[in-house]
Design a protein around this ligand. Structure first.
Ligand SMILES: [Zn+2]
Length: 240
């Protein structure tokens, strides 16, 4: 069983520090920065052996070089973005498997937020690291891709088991929810979730990870019935 620690950095990023006790391997997902990640690992007596990147954006890769310099860790990331992430050691794409100790992760291609964005699904842990593709009640902006691609991504992610915990890279939940309730005003599960989220945020609590089941019930982008509807909702959220 993995230990997964949330490290809040910058204004609203979450870096995930993941420890596999049998092998004593420790992995970082999308280190925006190095210092707080190295400090958290140090505090726990964990040695970072790997970094897994989901996409090239600097608030996901900015800590790569310094963490590697400090630990000698191996960095895995999207083959399609190798030119934009010069620190990568291992290039992966959909169909590839990466391992932390004996725990396997399947790589899933989820382009749209960036052209080569990938996600990591760990079936035995019921966990997925999705970067900026899927958020609680939201999805990533379409910087380098199309609504059709994001619609396909949503089909891939909703096919994971409902109890899969989804580790997003940002605390965007409350802002996403404020838009979501306007997109689906009759969705009772969404209204109820939004009430809980507002209360949690008022107490300063994190709302991530979410689950695939919660997103299937309340996420207006995963629930969009077509690429066209997803495009309309994405444009409306961008202007919200
Ligand atoms: Zn991003």
């Amino acid at each position: 069983m993995l230990e997964i620690v949330r490290i809040p950095v910058l204004s609203d990023n979450y870096v995930w520090l993941v420890h596999e006790p049998d092998s004593a391997e420790t992995m970082v997902v999308d280190p925006a920065v190095a210092k707080p990640v190295l400090a958290e690992a140090d505090k726990r007596g964990w040695r970072i052996t790997q970094i897994w990147n989901t996409h090239w954006h600097p608030d996901h890769t900015g800590g790569n070089a310094d963490i590697k310099a400090a630990t000698g860790c191996m960095i895995t990331g999207p083959e399609a973005e190798k030119a934009k992430i010069p620190t990568l050691d291992r290039l992966v794409k959909e169909g590839d498997t990466v391992k932390l100790g004996d725990v396997e992760a399947d790589v899933i291609d989820v382009p749209a937020h960036t052209a080569g964005h990938i996600a990591y699904h760990l079936p035995t842990e019921k966990a997925a690291f999705v970067g900026d593709t899927l958020f609680a009640m939201g999805c990533g902006r379409l910087f380098e891709g199309t609504p059709e691609q994001m619609y396909t991504n949503m089909r891939k992610l909703e096919a994971l088991p409902d109890d899969t915990r989804v580790y997003c890279a940002h605390e965007y939940t409350e802002a996403n929810g404020r838009y979501a309730v306007t997109a689906e005003p009759d969705n009772a599960a969404l209204a109820e979730r939004m009430e809980q989220v507002v209360a949690m945020r008022a107490k300063g609590e994190a709302t991530v990870p979410t689950t695939i089941g919660e997103e299937r019930a309340t996420n207006p982008f995963m629930r969009a019935g077509s690429a066209e509807e997803l495009a309309e909702r994405r444009a409306a959220k961008d202007a919200f």
